[in-house]
Design a protein. Sequence first.
Length: 272
Amino acid sequence: MGYDAIGIGDDDLSLGKGFLIELSKRSPIPFLSSNVMDKNSGKILFQRFVLKEWNGLRIGIFSLLSQDVFLGPDDPRKKGLSFRDPLETARELVGELSLKVDLIILLSHQGYPKDVELTHKIPGIHLIVGAHSGVHLTEPPVFKDTIILQTSSKGMYGARLDLNLINNKVSFYNITTKRALEKNLNKLNLQLTSGKASNEERERWQRVKENTEKALRQLEGKNYFTNTFLPLNESFKDHPEIKKMVDEYKSKFPEKIEPSSYDRRGMDRPKF
């Protein structure tokens, strides 16, 4: 898939801080925890951010994990950890990254309401890839030039965001907005030329048409994005390239099966 960073969430800590640290040492993908600290040392648990560059576009990625997603103060997943305030951390990271990159991405594990709140309080984050709430945002909203992305939970869907850069201003609109305006404009033109409307209706439709045309003109020359969802179902297992990658991965980890009661009785082991 070409992952570039992992922003840790509450369930990633289910086997404890130590297990996740050891796992991160073996992973070729950097783990990020911009506001999660080791309680004993006071040091950041993983990397604060990563810097990437694609075709001359400089990108900074950081992460936030909210304490609110845990099951109270005694949640064992929080053992040995402390958390910096997400808003304070975001303000600090945006200030630092904005001097180094063109595009800032937040991997957020705060829940959708907190992500929306963040867009109103901390400007300068261009993309928030959210989690925990499991809100299925087929049409990602844009708040104050920040796009919020999130898909359904439990791996039901994969999603792809395409950013189309036309100018140097890192702000985007959803291409479906333009398509909806164009569709409405065509409908209004048909209504105005039908000859079946009263003068009052025609005047009202003409005003709506002028406002629609104005809205379309305002989108000219601006950057836009498209968002595509794919259901992750059983058919993916049969794709030859995916199957090849899965088989190559499995070959690195030979399965070890402990003898069962079936073996001891000389019977075949059931297959699942």
